[in-house]
Ligand binder design. Structure first.
Ligand code: NAI
Ligand code: MG
Length: 347
């Protein structure tokens, strides 16, 4: 079966890392038929458009979307993030942002105590970030903008349906993992309206899953645990804003941003899901051939899992681990293309 993949390389290092991901997918023997979409900051600067309605409609017809990164320093903040990334997540109902963190990668030197020091703990967790609501929903506005009396509000939208389906996904995911544990992260002591809805939805879904253990952390405490004791977490479920910030931290404590993969999932499969590395377009290193493509390759592996190609996905993950193990993490000497070629060789 040939999977139809929409490819959005995007800006900066985006196209560089996506090219390696596609090489690896093909090397793994998966039949894909790709269509490139020219979207992102560079396109916006060229013709002033972000995501035309007909392009969005065209994207609906694909089995999945693979995205590198979008955004350029010349484009004002919000134009690409809201107009393209959030628009696709919302319009295609990709309501779960799934971000797994595994570190040290099994088989790497860093996996030994000598490699990481005795304080280091293994990380093997998945963050389930709500991806269509919260303070990213776009609720709010200005009054008297630009005057001394201006007001800006930015509300947080939390629907029982939206929160519950995300929590439900987290519990089902936990059931498929050996530890069977879900931690809710919020700020229920201060955000008493949204927090109350989240807590009640969490408790209700937990009651239906007596075989899954639960915990709760305030988001500030969760930040401490992510750094000092990330090994305590299995599945973490949280709202859009907290999840955005926590997952950058998750990447930082599990190998760095060059390894962090993500999927924007539409679990109901009423539209294509979108897979992308957590990192951005890294304009500071674009064109130097030094970007680590591993995050994009692992994102493509998540895509294959979602498309029912679990065997190829696990071979790709194993190949990434081998390449990471053979590289000195403190002085990564391989170019973007070399990493891609080595992973492709081993897959
Ligand atoms: P960034 O993730 O692009 O870069 C942060 C730092 O990490 C930089 O020093 C960069 O060189 C490094 N880095 C990132 N990916 C790397 C990789 N694969 N290998 C080696 N080093 C890597 O975040 P930043 O600088 O905040 O944003 C740059 C642009 O990317 C902005 O326009 C931003 O809006 C956009 N962005 C897009 C995202 C997306 O497409 N989903 C996500 C985050 C940012
Ligand atoms: Mg982020």
């Amino acid at each position: 079966m040939t999977h139809r993949i929409a490819v959005i390389g995007g800006d900066g290092i985006g196209p560089e890392v996506v090219a390696q991901a596609l090489t690896v997918v093909r090397a793994a023997g998966v039949a894909i038929d790709t269509t490139d979409f020219d979207l992102g900051g560079a396109r916006y600067l060229r013709d002033g458009t972000v995501l035309p309605a007909e392009t969005l409609d065209e994207l609906r017809g694909f089995d999945a979307i693979l995205l590198g990164a979008v955004g350029t320093p010349e484009v004002p903040p919000g134009v690409i993030e809201r107009g393209l990334l959030l628009e696709m997540r919302f319009a295609l109902d990709q309501y779960v942002n799934l971000r797994p963190f595994v570190w040290p990668l099994p088989g790497t030197d860093a996996g030994t105590d000598a490699g990481r020091g005795s304080a280091a703990r293994a990380v093997d967790m998945v963050v389930v970030r709500e991806n269509t609501e919260g303070s990213y929903a776009g609720e709010g506005g200005f009054l008297r903008r630009g005057t001394p009396h201006e007001i800006a509000t930015q509300g947080s939208v939390n629907t029982r349906m939206g929160v519950e389906r995300c929590i439900r996904f987290a519990f089902e995911l936990a059931r498929s993992r050996p530890r069977r544990h879900v931690t809710l992260v919020h700020k229920t002591n201060v955000l008493t309206f949204a927090g109350d809805l989240w807590q009640r939805a969490f408790d209700a879904v937990a009651a239906e899953h007596p075989d899954v253990g639960t915990a709760y952390n305030h988001v500030d405490a969760a930040c401490i645990h992510f750094v000092q004791d990330p090994g305590r977490f299995d599945v973490v479920v949280t709202d859009n804003l907290f999840g955005d910030i926590l997952t950058d931290l998750g990447g930082a404590v599990s190998g760095g941003i060059g390894f962090a993969a993500s999927g924007n999932l539409n679990p109901a499969r009423t539209g294509p899901s979108m897979f992308e590395p957590v990192h951005g377009s890294a304009p500071d290193i674009a064109g130097t051939g030094t970007a680590n493509p591993t995050a994009a390759i692992l994102s493509a592996a998540m895509m294959l899992d979602f498309l029912g190609e679990a065997d190829a996905a696990s071979r790709i993950r194993a190949a990434c681990e081998k390449v990471a193990a053979s590289t000195d993490a403190s002085a990564p000497g391989l170019s973007t293309a070399e990493v891609g070629a080595r992973v492709a060789d081993l897959v």
